[in-house]
Design a protein around this ligand. Structure first.
Ligand code: DSN
Length: 422
């Protein structure tokens, strides 16, 4: 592999080009298990790097504040129509720069500073922007938080209902970043109805599974669906807000001019391509394979003696609780990285350790499934994880190097989409 696939970049800025080339090698040779990451297709990559980058387009298709929108309007309209078709929604806004601005737009559309909002606590698997204290959403609004049961690791819907009825929040967020189980959108809808709250499903992690029919859709149950486009959906780094027609104006006004200026048209183009790809039968197969791989990996990890939050997974994500292994999450994650297995350390529910040095490791199967790995490979992946954690406990760098060589070998046989062949 070389930087020559970016010849202009190589000639103008060889230093930067060398960083990109090194990242291509890293992404090609490592086993990427971070559940919020993926590989975009070559087509998405191309669309995201076009001259659409050069254009300002404040406003919406047909209603812009700048001229020369003949082509940009078509790009954005296409992305909107594809989002509406794929997810079965009345309205889609494809302009949010990423997930956090998308969620902030929801606050702007429906709440006033100081209002009570409710979401899952970050250490329980929620997201910063669901009203957690260190986020603007937890300081400009009054965040109240729900979690999971200590005995099952599952959302306690009775506790969610009790909290919602006691607090009557303006907004309720469901969804999160470390939830290995199916979200019961109907149960949340019933609770939101009783509490008189606007219900938001943040499906950033599972959007691709929903599009592929491998997770129930929230669309018939919630007021707003918020999602990033770059996780299981396999698009560029961006976001979308989707809703019924009655909320369309409020959402659009909140995104622009409420929070943002010109949309990133090159990203909109990449989103349009990703939505087209996600509408193909092959993507349905992909989404189901992601889940099958995660279930097989969870089963193999259990056989290797790991504790998993909630005992397993229904989706793409597994949260390993290392408390019983005597290896903290950060030490395990860094050892896995040296072994060529890229994960992130993560809190587990009721974690006795601090968020920057927690007890868990979060993994997932979107990226490895994009490379074509299947259930038959999951026992080997679990074995690599087990050996790496063991090596971390013993400080055995030679064992980690040996695993890295095995990982590199297997990855060479499964080239990643969008990357040059090894
Ligand atoms: N950073 C994302 C994740 O890794 O889940 C959430 O924002």
């Amino acid at each position: 592999m070389s930087a020559s696939r970016h010849p202009a970049l190589l000639s103008t800025d060889p230093e930067l080009a060398s960083f990109v080339a090194a990242e291509e090698v890293l992404q090609a040779q490592t086993l990427r298990l971070i559940p919020s990451e993926n590989y975009v297709s070559a087509a998405v990559l191309e669309a995201s790097g076009t001259v659409l980058q050069n254009k300002y387009s404040e406003g919406y298709p047909g209603r812009r504040y700048y001229e020369g929108q003949q082509n940009i309007d078509r790009v954005e309209a296409l992305a909107i129509e594809r989002a509406k078709g794929l997810f079965g929604v009345d309205h889609a806004n494809v302009q949010p720069y990423s997930g956090s601005p998308a969620n902030l737009a929801v606050y702007l559309a429906f709440a006033k500073p100081g209002d009570t909002v409710m979401g899952m606590a970050l250490p329980m698997g929620g997201h910063l922007t669901h009203g957690w204290g260190v986020s603007a959403t937890g300081s400009w609004f009054r965040g109240v938080q729900y979690g999971v049961r200590a005995d099952t690791g599952l959302i306690d819907y009775d506790a969610v209902r009790d909290l919602a009825l006691a607090e009557r929040p303006k907004l309720i967020f469901c969804g999160g970043t470390a939830l290995p189980r199916t979200i019961d959108f109907a149960a949340f809808a019933e609770i939101a109805r009783e509490a008189g709250s606007i219900l938001v499903a943040d499906v950033a992690h599972i959007a691709g599974l929903i599009a592929g029919g491998a997770h129930p859709s929230p669309v018939d149950h919630v007021d707003v669906v918020s999602t990033t486009t770059h996780k299981t959906l396999r698009g560029p780094r961006g976001a979308m807000l989707m809703c019924r027609e009655e909320h369309a104006k409020a959402i659009d006004k909140a995104v622009f001019p409420g929070l943002q200026g010109g949309p990133h048209n090159q990203t909109t183009a990449g989103i349009a391509v990703a939505l087209h790809e996600a509408a193909q039968p092959s993507f349905t197969a992909y989404a189901h394979q992601v889940v099958a791989n995660a279930k097989a990996l969870a089963a193999a990890l259990l056989q290797n003696g790991f504790d998993l939050v909630s005992g397993g997974t229904d989706n793409h994500l597994i949260l390993i609780d290392l408390t019983g292994k005597d290896v903290p999450g950060k030490i395990a994650a860094k050892a896995l990285d040296r072994a060529g297995i890229v994960v992130n350390y993560n809190t587990v529910p009721f974690d006795p350790r601090k968020p920057f040095d927690p007890s868990g490791v979060r993994i997932g199967t979107p990226s490895l499934t994009s490379r074509g790995l299947s259930t038959e490979h999951m026992p080997l992946v679990a074995d690599w994880i087990a050996r790496s954690v063991d090596a971390a406990a013993k400080g055995d760098e030679r064992a980690l190097a040996a695993i890295r060589a095995e990982v590199t070998d297997l990855m060479a046989a499964f080239p990643a989409p969008g990357l040059p062949l090894s």
